[in-house]
Ligand binder design. Structure first.
Ligand code: ADP
Ligand code: MG
Length: 356
């Protein structure tokens, strides 16, 4: 539904060049909620502004719903007719809502319809329908100043849906909201995704947002996408930084000499007694250092950090046994091998190795 190829964006500011996007290839499938996560300055907002051509990319292409937007003329507010038409099919939600304080809630939602030349009666019908959809049917005549942050964002979402978009772009839509309101807004986005078949590309710096509603995710660093995939694929990727953050598991080795591994269970593997089978089959004692079950992107996932006696080389066969059961196994190596139990609590580096 959204594809970017070799997308770059270089800003020229005060005689200096800033490369905000450095060859981004992104693929968002129709009907999915796709999260782009990264620290401040990673290039997330530049990416989303290039996707709807509010910002003209320096090079590369952007295709949305089969239309190559980069081939259409104009930029920013001077976009040509075709680009404006294509853009009206892309809704955009902002962190700071960007509502007009002098207009009622209904007036704010009608604004994009006025620009599209929709008649007064039809505008009003559409605005009230959208208000109902976002749960604010009774606020049509209120002004933005009379609403809570969560209600303002609901208005922002309703306005973004005015042109019946197939794609919704969201730049930090929940970053200005408290945790409970964040949850309700994320739930609304999920409902709209499912009810309307809306494809959602959302940008966030909060891992919880990705965890709550995303089907797929990408990690951005310094203008590049360094990891991408469905949540299940990421969790099955050895050494994936996103997977480790989506699903952290902690626990320190009991002492030197053992082998610490993280075992990830997905789907039906979560129900099998693999740890007791492992212990019985190889007659080894297994220490459980940490464990968690959670729902990530709507899937039940389990992760366990365990310790096997002896060095890694002696545990190749038991680890192979776990992988044959369809489990993801990551070998955890501590920075300070000599005294793992006393080392300061830090995330140990996961060793990259080919799985299964
Ligand atoms: N209009 C602009 N002019 C110059 N530099 C910009 C502009 N917009 C963003 N940048 C720079 O591009 C980089 C990426 O910014 P941005 O896309 O806003 O990242 P993020 O949304 O991940 O915080 C940063 O170094 C930022 O300072
Ligand atoms: Mg940003």
């Amino acid at each position: 539904m959204i594809t970017t190829t070799g997308l770059t964006k270089v800003y020229a500011s005060r005689g200096r060049e800033v490369t905000a996007l450095d060859g981004v290839d992104l693929h968002v499938r129709e009907g999915e909620v796709f999260g782009v996560i990264g620290q401040s300055g990673a290039g997330k907002s530049s990416l989303i502004r290039c996707v709807n051509l509010l910002e003209r990319p320096t090079s590369g292409t952007v295709t949305v719903d089969g239309v190559d937007l980069t081939a259409l003329a104009g930029r920013g507010p001077r976009a040509g007719k075709e680009l404006r038409a294509a853009r009206s099919r892309i809704g955009m939600v902002f962190q700071h809502f960007n509502l007009l304080s002098s207009r009622t809630v209904q007036g704010n939602i009608e604004l994009p319809l006025e620009i599209l030349g929709v008649s007064g009666r039809e505008r009003s019908r559409k605005a009230l329908e959208l208000l109902d959809l976002v749960g604010l049917a009774d606020k049509a005549k209120a002004y933005p100043g009379q609403l809570s942050g969560g209600q303002k964002q609901r208005v922002g979402i309703a306005r973004a849906l005015a042109g019946d978009p197939k794609v919704l772009l969201s730049d930090e839509a929940t970053s200005a909201l408290d945790p409970e309101t964040t949850r309700s807004i994320l739930q609304l986005l999920r409902d709209l995704n499912q009810q309307l078949g809306l494809t959602v590309l959302l940008i966030t710096h909060e891992m919880d947002v990705v965890k709550t509603i995303c089907d797929s995710a990408a990690l951005m660093k310094r203008g590049r996408v360094v990891e991408t995939g469905t949540v299940a694929e990421l969790l099955a990727t050895p050494g994936s930084e996103l997977a480790a953050e989506l699903f952290p598991v902690t626990g320190r080795a009991t002492g030197p000499g053992g082998t610490v591994i993280d075992v990830t269970f997905q789907g039906e593997a979560a129900g099998r007694p693999v740890i007791s089978q492992l212990s019985r089959t190889y007659n080894i004692d297994i220490s459980i250092l940490g464990a968690a079950m959670d729902t990530v992107g709507g899937r039940q996932i389990g992760r366990m950090r365990i310790e096997l006696p002896g060095p890694y080389e002696e545990n190749v066969v038991p680890i192979g046994f776990l992988r044959e059961q369809g489990l993801q196994v990551d070998h955890v190596e501590y920075a300070d091998e000599a005294e793992p139990a006393d080392a300061p609590a830090q995330t140990p580096a996961l060793v990259k190795e080919s799985a299964k």
